[in-house]
Design a protein around this ligand. Structure first.
Ligand code: AN0
Ligand code: CP
Length: 316
């Protein structure tokens, strides 16, 4: 594997989930694969889980790891071509990524969308420039439109904790005060549409996701209808796709409470984190038995390790 940016880069999703669960049982079994290999983790935006879990995964595989918080420690990057760099940017993304490829065998990169220009964000301009110029395999650590390591960890978690062979999984929009990317829900939707689950998306009118990611899903504006008989509820806020990047309403009724869970099939509640308590998701759920958010975050290690194993196998 040379690229991990979406579910489309994975020929067999079930096999990758199995690989991750095997690594969870045998974390250090493949340490030799990463010996004398270097992973660079490059962040253009903040992170807790992605940074720590991917670093841990690389260390478990025997790799050396370098982290660069580009937004805080790197030179200001110029992203556009054909501009005279007489403004505030110091270094062009072409040289920066080419140099990183000289130091690293695999590069992970995080770059959030600007949420201003939809075409630019959905063209994945920054992520694709890394792929184009660095010359080594690239793993998305969340790009403008997708967060595939999160979605893989989510699928691993569902596979581990499901109580029926084809569980009902519901992605529900939740309130927030800031415009957040569509990357996590887009990605979750495209992975669930390929998994052996019954998948429903619930969002208030106006928060429909880009249809490219939701083919095969049942989509509704009625949260209660979606929650009925659900086995897993995936809570997430996202800003509107149309008008792009806007918070068109903050509908507090959409925050999940214990009362709402009564109509589910004793559903387990997921969230990628970070979560704003009592805005996006109630404390009573986060602190109660239905929440599996920490288990889900723990599985980020095995998701990253399965991907790194596939990439390292392709290097030698
Ligand atoms: C980010 C998002 O919604 O994409 C990262 C989530 C993993 N969250 C925030 O910006 C709060
Ligand atoms: N879920 C997730 O990606 O968290 P971080 O933004 O903290 O990495």
């Amino acid at each position: 594997m040379k690229l991990f940016s979406s579910v489309n880069d994975v020929p067999d999703v079930n096999a990758l989930v199995k690989e991750a669960l095997h690594l969870k049982e045998n974390p250090y079994a493949y340490k030799d694969l990463g010996e004398n290999k270097t992973m660079a983790l490059v962040f253009l935006n903040p992170s807790l889980r992605t940074r720590m879990s991917t670093q841990k995964a690389a260390l478990n595989m025997g790799m050396n790891v370098m982290v660069l918080n580009m937004d805080k420690e790197g030179w200001a990057l110029e992203l556009r071509d054909n501009v005279i760099m007489n403004g505030t940017t110091v270094e062009h993304i072409r040289e920066a990524t080419a140099v990183m490829g000289q130091y690293a065998d695999i590069i992970g990169v995080r770059s959030f969308p600007g949420l201003k220009d939809r075409d630019e964000d959905y063209s994945e301009m920054i992520f694709n420039k890394f792929v184009q110029f660095c010359g080594v395999p690239v793993v998305s650590l969340e790009s403008a439109t997708r967060h595939p390591l999160q979605s893989l960890a989510d699928l691993i978690t569902i596979e581990e904790l499901k109580t029926r062979s084809r569980p009902k999984v519901v992605l529900t929009w939740a309130p927030h005060i800031k415009p957040l990317p569509q990357a996590v829900p887009n990605s979750f939707a495209e992975w669930m549409c390929k998994a052996d689950v019954e998948f429903t998306i619930a969002q208030p009118a106006g928060y429909e996701l880009c249809a490219d990611f939701t083919k095969g899903a049942t989509i509704t504006n009625n949260q209660d209808e979606a929650l009925a008989d659900a086995d897993f509820i995936y809570v997430k806020n996202w800003s509107a796709y149309e008008p792009y990047g806007q918070v068109t309403l903050v509908n507090e009724d959409w925050m999940l409470t214990n009362e709402r869970l009564k109509i589910t099939n004793e559903a387990k509640v997921m969230h990628c984190l970070p979560v704003r308590r009592d805005l996006e998701l109630s404390s009573e759920i986060l602190d109660g038995p239905a929440s599996i958010v920490v288990h889900e975050a723990a599985n980020r290690v095995w998701a990253a390790q399965a991907v790194l194993k596939r990439m390292l196998e392709g290097l030698s």
